[in-house]
Write a protein that binds this ligand. Structure first.
Ligand code: ADP
Ligand code: GLC
Length: 476
């Protein structure tokens, strides 16, 4: 069975967050379920460069201001269709933002173009790959289900990775979208008088998935539905929560070339070499005490203001903290200033550094994830796999994937991390205190660490659920 995935980022070619990890890992996991997934991605320079032996398989003479081609080719393990439209995508750096840090002013056109071409491929314009289902991700491909609904084609699925990003544009865009007039309505792309890309996807897709069962419930509530909960409630019969997995060929502490010392569940003590290396890279005092890490977009979603407010407490407890991240400028500055105040105890590296993120998971004792909401979260899954115990807010995918180390779970031998709720400075502080206490009991700590390392966080089960969903749609 052939499925076209449509994505605005894909690991290892272009990544701003977990979406890329998911779109990069799914095709491999689905191949083992008998699903041939090929992914349509924009022809950003990084992708054009990585494409091996590309061949042009489709041409569009005029696509939102210029000519475009669809190239087919491989990039490493990935089988790709690449939308080669230089007027839209030949721009280096972050895929969504210009050099001024603001959204590209033509993002509406760029991702409408991606979605329009996806629908054409869905309708079979490339005869060697006529998919039975088209799978869109987030607002950037939110128009795909609308193009298929109003222009004909196979069934569609849209996955919500984060409801906070909706792709909302003025109504004046609508005439340029190549959709029939009646598509501008409540069952189509219209949203509060404008055009909503994610809204269009949610209204028009044959199935909706999101990246954890808990987030599937949360987004149907007014508190977490970000204005779309009403629509999501009406669509709840076709809404599924399917938790993300990790790609064990990229995230495996026993073989990871990016860490100082490999290890597995039987040789956890070898993590110490990685701890030493993290201390060095972050200019931290050397020691055997608790080493926390943060690997994150620095945003309010991720609770990074709570982290800054907890710094003194962390240092007073005798622990150290290594922060890797970038994002909101004010939070970046606040955290950097906090690190300056605590030399040797708090170290911060600003920016995006994939290899360093592997080393931190392999060397730190605890990864802190105090998110206000978290559709799934991948860093806690990497933490589990690498024996870096996750301390997380009990929201979304964090609540589905971590078993809190309360007394009952510890004695039942199932605890894998520390959770706190509701999200506040008080509850986060208590969770930090619990972490110190648990860490001081080496044998309990070791059990928590091993439980996490043994947990099944691979894609196997979730890929089977996606495959079943595609099959039920294609057969319907
Ligand atoms: P989100 O997609 O909301 O940012 P996830 O936890 O799903 O959150 O995914 C984040 C991904 O980005 C993970 O692979 C994580 O390791 C990575 N990541 C986040 N910040 C950085 C950073 N500064 N450097 C390297 N990797 C990072
Ligand atoms: C989004 C979410 C994150 C999720 C990722 C991949 O970026 O914020 O929770 O893990 O998508 O689905």
């Amino acid at each position: 069975m052939k499925v076209l995935s449509v994505a605005s980022e894909i690991y290892p070619l272009i990544k701003t967050g977990g979406l890329a990890d998911v779109t990069g890992a799914l095709p491999g996991a689905l191949a083992r379920q008998g699903v041939a997934m090929q992914t349509l991605v924009p022809g950003y320079p990084a992708i054009m460069k990585a494409l091996e032996n590309p061949s042009a398989v489709h041409e569009v003479p005029e696509l939102f201001g210029g000519p475009a081609k669809v190239l087919s080719g491989r990039a490493g393990e990935l089988q790709l269709f690449v939308l080669d439209a230089p007027h839209l995508f030949n721009r280096t750096g972050n895929p969504y933002l210009g050099p001024d840090g603001k959204d590209w002013p033509d993002n509406a056109q760029r991702y409408a173009a991606l979605s329009f071409v996806a629908a054409e491929i869905g309708r079979g314009v490339i005869s060697s790959f006529a998919p039975s289902v088209v799978h869109a991700h987030d607002w950037q491909s939110g128009l795909v289900p609308a193009y298929l609904r109003f222009g004909g084609g196979p069934k569609s699925v849209i996955t919500v990775h984060n409801l906070a990003f909706q792709g909302h544009f003025p109504a004046s865009l609508f005439p340029f979208l190549k959709l029939p007039p009646h598509a501008f309505g409540i069952d189509g792309v219209e949203y509060f008088g404008g055009v909503g890309y994610l809204k269009a996807g949610l209204a028009c897709a044959d199935a909706i998935t999101t990246v954890s069962p808990a987030y599937a419930q949360e987004i149907c509530t007014p508190e977490n539905g970000m204005g779309l909960d009403g629509l999501l409630r009406t669509r709840s019969p076709v809404l599924h929560g399917i938790v993300n997995g990790i790609d064990p060929s990229v995230w495996n502490p026993a073989t990871d070339p990016l860490i100082a010392q490999t290890f597995d569940v039987k040789t956890v003590q070898r993590r110490i070499a990685n701890k030493r290396s993290v201390e060095e890279k972050f200019d931290l005092d050397r020691g055997d005490g608790l080493l926390y890490c943060v690997i994150s977009r620095l945003t309010l979603q991720k609770g990074m203001d709570l982290l800054a407010a907890s710094a003194d407490r962390i240092v007073k407890s005798g622990a150290r903290l290594a922060i890797l991240g970038s994002g909101d400028a004010a939070l970046e500055q606040e955290l950097a200033a906090t690190a300056m105040l605590h030399p040797g105890k708090i170290g911060m590296i600003t920016g995006y550094n994939e290899p360093l993120s592997h080393l931190m998971q392999a060397g730190a004792d605890v990864i802190l994830i105090p998110s206000r909401f978290e559709p799934c979260g991948l860093t806690q899954l990497y933490g589990l796999r690498y024996g870096c115990v996750p301390l997380v807010a009990r929201v979304g995918g964090l609540s589905d994937t971590i078993v809190d180390a309360n007394d009952a779970a510890v004695s039942a031998g199932v605890a894998s991390g520390i959770q706190f709720a509701p999200v506040s400075l008080d509850t986060f502080s208590s969770a930090l205190d619990r972490a110190s206490l648990l860490y001081s009991d080496a044998s309990t700590w070791n059990i928590i660490q091993r439980n996490g390392m043994k947990a099944d966080v691979t894609w196997t089960r979730s890929a089977a659920r996606y495959a079943n969903l595609y099959r039920s749609l294609a057969g319907a």
